[in-house]
Design a protein around this ligand. Structure first.
Ligand code: FRU
Length: 497
């Protein structure tokens, strides 16, 4: 094992001792120590889920990328394993960037990742180039392949950038051959996804370009995922430098989904595009097919432009989203919280048809920072102006999820969450409703809120830095309506990690 990897493993196992379990989310994976970004290598290996992540153990800010590693039986209770990769080879000294993983028929666990390394260009300028690399392991220890890199600039078709060529998503076909989809800018900075094929993992060939941005959705595309779902072919990807498009996309980094079909020649025929999460913090998701046939997605519950929301005294930064079950309804990608979450539910507190008019109320027994909350809004004769639920609340702080039926807008607002940074604190989504009737499910896990509206038709995620002692939940109305609510406290008791 290299010195760099030994150092990282020694450092993380000592440094994590300063973090008590209460200072972390209960069931969302957070960085073992230091910084976390993208989920990597989400895979099943020897009957368990493995999740790696972009990791800088030594600091709670981004730095030379390692791969952190955790394992779980249910995607809710996570056990940290030693860091799997460190930047320690000539082709990845600049970092081991994102990638995928799979279990090989011979029992090895394969990781495919992007290596970043400085290279002097013909004009004397030094620039980081990106190549695709492999590592093989047993679920704990990983050894980089001696024939790395396996895909380089030499394998790229004309007009592709070797500086933005990353995040391979690898899979194995029934005939035993391999495919990898890799994000790769064109030299004019337009995003696209390239497909490569290999029979032996060592020799790879460019096959096609299944999707191209053509200036529509941001600039560079990153972190592809590519799968079949409910009769559609789906591309998930994350774009840099996006422009807003109505309420659909927002400025900066965002994750989008292309739905389409493969034609007889295997070409992707796109039908539609949509955002994946309409909240503040979500990026670079990966999916996996669970043994029960459900397609599950986990994203980085953060976003590049908002990751200054550090609490300086906290030695970890970055958490993953709740695993979400994907489906396609009425031609749109929908998400539901992982059904195993229900095993964490304690005794519910339920209220039906609570009347509320121009003011705020709290309901006995409904509070907490690890809560599963189902709310349905039942408008009266006259349409109300606004309904809101305020969570992580005390006299000073709260985060609000509010709905204005006249505008059909649902808003997440964490302005009063205790953040001391001048970053985005609000985001709006347009949602469907019948005259103010709406259902939403909020999942709170200490430092985040994820809102699933209309059965997961739209999802909004936001991290919150609020001190966990702020555990009030209140309901507010401008106008008059009634609502029903069920709140389940979520506890670690039902986890099967
Ligand atoms: C996306 C990303 C990836 C890259 C990684 C680096 O968030 O930019 O494209 O592999 O982060 O940490």
């Amino acid at each position: 094992m290299s010195q760099a990897l030994q150092n990282a493993q020694r450092y993380e196992s000592e440094a994590e001792r300063s973090i008590s379990p209460e200072e972390r989310p209960l069931f969302h994976l957070s960085s073992r120590v230091g910084w976390m970004n993208d989920p990597n290598g989400l895979s099943r290996y020897r009957g368990e889920y493995h999740l790696f992540y972009q990791y800088h153990p030594y600091d709670s800010h981004w730095g030379p990328m390692h791969w952190g590693h955790a394992v779980s039986k249910d995607l809710l209770a996570w056990r940290y394993l030693p860091a799997a990769l460190a930047p320690d080879e000539s082709y990845d000294l600049g970092g081991c960037f994102s990638g995928g993983a799979l279990e090989l028929p011979d029992g090895r666990h394969l990781l495919m990742y992007t290596g970043v390394a400085d290279e002097t260009q013909p004009n004397g300028e030094v620039r980081a180039v990106q190549t695709q690399n492999l590592a093989f392991g047993d679920g704990i220890h990983y050894r980089k392949f001696e024939k790395n890199p396996v895909i380089t600039a030499a394998d790229l078709p004309a007009g592709c950038s070797r500086f933005d060529f990353r995040d391979p998503r690898i899979w194995r076909l029934e005939d035993g051959s391999f495919r990898a989809m890799v994000a790769c800018d064109r030299v004019d900075a337009d995003g696209q996804m390239l497909l490569f094929g290999s029979d032996d993992l060592t020799h790879w060939k460019y096959l096609s370009t299944p999707a191209q941005n053509n200036g529509r959705l941001g600039l560079m595309w990153e972190c592809p995922d590519w799968f079949e779902l409910d009769g559609y072919q789906v591309l998930l990807a994350s774009a840099q430098d996006m422009l807003p498009k109505g309420f659909e996309y927002h400025n900066g980094n965002g994750t989008f989904c292309l739905l389409g079909h493969l034609d007889g020649q295997g070409n992707f025929r796109e039908i539609s595009d949509q955002a994946v999460d309409y909240g503040i913090d979500f990026y670079a998701p990966q999916t996996i097919l669970a043994p029960d046939g459900h397609r599950l997605m986990i994203g980085w519950m953060q976003n590049w432009d908002t990751c200054n929301l550090h609490t300086p005294s906290v030695p970890w930064f970055g958490q993953m989203s709740l695993p979400r079950e994907l489906s396609i309804r009425n031609g749109r990608l929908c998400q539901a919280p992982l059904r195993e979450l229900e095993a964490l539910r304690g005794k519910p507190v339920q209220y039906r048809n609570v009347q509320i008019e121009n003011g705020e109320i709290e309901l006995d027994g409904i509070s907490g920072r690890t809560v599963d909350l189902e709310i349905s809004l039942e408008p009266g004769e006259e349409l109300y102006n606004r309904f809101a639920v305020r969570v992580a609340k005390n006299d000073t702080f709260h985060t609000t999820v509010s709905f204005r039926p006249r505008e059909s807008v649902l808003k997440v607002d964490r302005k009063f969450s205790g953040s001391r940074r001048a970053i985005i604190h609000q985001r709006r989504a347009r949602v469907d409703h019948q005259r103010g009737e709406l259902t939403m499910r909020l999942i709170l896990d200490r430092f985040s809120v994820e809102v699933f509206v209309n059965d997961g038709g739209k999802v909004m995620s936001a991290t919150i830095p609020t001190d966990p002692s702020a555990d009030g939940i209140a309901f507010f109305a401008d106008g008059k309506l009634s609502f029903s609510v069920t709140a389940w406290p979520l506890t670690a008791d039902g986890r099967s990690g």
